[in-house]
Write a protein that binds this ligand. Structure first.
Ligand code: FES
Length: 134
């Protein structure tokens, strides 16, 4: 059975407000707050733990999240907007939680999980099969 996964949300992400010099929208903090409510409403809190964190080092693609779990590939996803992507993020986290290795089949990924992936990182201890010897 798949174990609970963690959805990290960067609360430091912010976006410049168009037409307003030196004005920023706290996109990451907004996303973390909205996701907490949406995860509870969707009834997936048993499968997905929301963990607000500071900078994920992808500051040019706010807001950013990371999906991580025991034995699973970790995915870093950016370009997220709390006004647009809450359902997709919850769907992505739910699909991720349903896997044993973190790899969600491409056609089952919501759009943000297809377009916004910045990196995937293997789980600790991963052993790839040996390449065939020539
Ligand atoms: S501020 Fe969000 S990734 Fe750096």
């Amino acid at each position: 059975m798949a174990s609970r996964v963690t959805l990290f949300v960067c609360t430091s992400c912010r976006q410049a407000v168009e037409g307003a010099a030196e004005a920023f929208r706290p996109t990451g903090a907004e996303l973390a707050t909205a996701l907490a409510e949406r995860i509870a409403a969707a009834g997936v809190a048993d499968a997905v733990l929301l963990e607000p964190v500071e900078c994920l080092a992808v500051c040019k693609r706010p807001a950013t999240i990371a999906l991580s779990g025991d034995g699973r590939w970790m995915y870093l996803i950016g370009d997220l907007d709390p006004a647009l992507h809450l359902d997709d993020i919850v769907s992505a986290a739910r699909a991720y939680a349903a896997t044993d290795n973190g790899i969600v089949p491409w056609r089952e990924r919501p759009p943000i999980f297809r377009k916004g992936v910045i990196a995937r990182v293997p789980p600790l201890g991963l052993k790839q099969p040996e390449p065939p010897t020539p």
